[in-house]
Design a protein around this ligand. Structure first.
Ligand code: NCD
Ligand code: ZN
Length: 345
């Protein structure tokens, strides 16, 4: 096969940042994706529909007027999110979901949820309104090993939320383990997961063998090839509609990654669909890409499929070493490495 044409994909988990940083990178997602679920972990976070609308307007102002890109906004849940805020958000045209960050789990999660019970009123409203809960699924107790945090979260927290809110739509974001894959496969159809390109294409050896490579550091952290990376590849390419595209592209300034205490986050918006094509093709499953990238996500969110198409051509090209990012640079995933599919523009 030398080319594939797909329904235009959507990114169901994207960090666009704000201000000049956002202006530097938003065009890359807009060039590839029809829609994107925009993460609310700004500083300060996007906590209500007024803030979500203002953030969406800022994003739209940074794009050409004629863009077809549609940012779908998300509320950041805190211990103080009210039922009224959920109902108000669900009645807007702009807000599509709310996000649970356990406090301290990741970048800008300090204002996240410290006690699950405090968001029960919000979850009750979300279940009633049909608003999906997006979950950063990692336990945060300091004694839990960083490589076990996803599995422990599933056992202790996610299972409880599902039991207490059986009709709530839930997306377990950026899954990284066989434990998560098995859990999703066995759960009801209102429970789904996104998978990132970096968790399909890399494992902890990429980050740690031959020296610490900060540009491979993200949360949840890269796991072992076997069984975790392998089972993510199997899930993504299986055609099971519970698994769909969410890049978790999370740009940080190069110096903040290459530091004594480097930030978590991998930037992949520069080549999102090409990275997924690489992962699917390496597994001889390029024909399974369209369902994962363009069909299962909108079906889960009850939204129409995009009508535009994109074409990927089989041709080798090298990812550049860095991109401009506000007044500094960001190092992209696969910097200096070859990819074997390229999006035709
Ligand atoms: C994300 C970020 O930088 O905002 N970082 C990451 O490693 N994925 C936050 C998140 O999604 O956990
Ligand atoms: Zn994220």
């Amino acid at each position: 096969m030398t080319a594939v044409t797909l329904t235009k994909p959507d990114d169901w988990h994207l960090h666009l940042r704000d201000g000049d940083a956002m202006k530097s990178i938003v065009g890359m997602s807009a060039a590839q994706m029809g829609r994107a679920i925009i993460m609310p972990n700004l500083s300060p976070p996007v906590k209500n529909s007024v803030q979500a609308k203002a953030y969406r307007e800022e994003i739209m102002r940074a794009l050409p007027k004629a863009t077809s890109f549609n940012p779908l906004m998300v509320l950041y849940l805190t211990d103080r999110t009210t039922k009224a805020e959920i109902v108000e958000a669900s009645n807007t045209q702009e807000v599509y979901a709310a996000k649970l960050y356990p406090a301290g789990a990741t970048t800008n999660s300090e204002n996240g949820v410290t006690n699950l019970n405090s968001i029960y009123p919000a979850l009750e409203s979300m279940e009633k309104e049909g608003m999906p809960l997006l979950v950063h699924g990692e336990a945060t107790d300091s004694n839990i090993d960083i490589f076990d945090r996803e599995a422990v979260f599933i056992d202790t927290t996610l299972s409880k939320v599902i039991k207490d809110f059986p009709e709530l739509k839930i997306v377990l974001e950026h899954i990284t383990t066989k434990d998560a894959v098995d859990f999703i496969v066995e759960s009801e159809k209102n429970i789904a997961a996104t998978i990132t390109p970096h968790h399909l294409l890399a494992n902890r050896n990429h980050m740690l063998v031959g020296g610490v490579k900060p540009h491979y550091y993200c949360l949840p952290i890269l796991k072992r090839q076997y069984p975790h990376q392998d089972s993510l590849i199997t899930a993504a390419t299986s055609g099971n509609p519970k698994f769909f595209l969410g890049t978790d592209s999370a740009p940080h300034d190069q110096h903040q990654k290459e530091s004594a205490c480097g930030c978590a986050g991998i930037f992949s918006a520069h080549a999102a669909i090409e990275l997924y094509a690489e992962a699917f093709d390496r597994n001889n499953s390029i024909e399974k890409l369209e369902g994962f990238s363009s069909i299962f996500g909108p079906d889960f969110y009850d939204l129409p499929h995009n009508t535009e198409k994109i074409t990927l051509e089989k041709t080798t090209w090298k990812v550049q070493d860095s991109y401009e990012f506000a007044n500094t640079t960001v190092v992209p995933f696969f910097a200096g490495l070859n990819l074997s599919w390229r999006l035709l523009t």
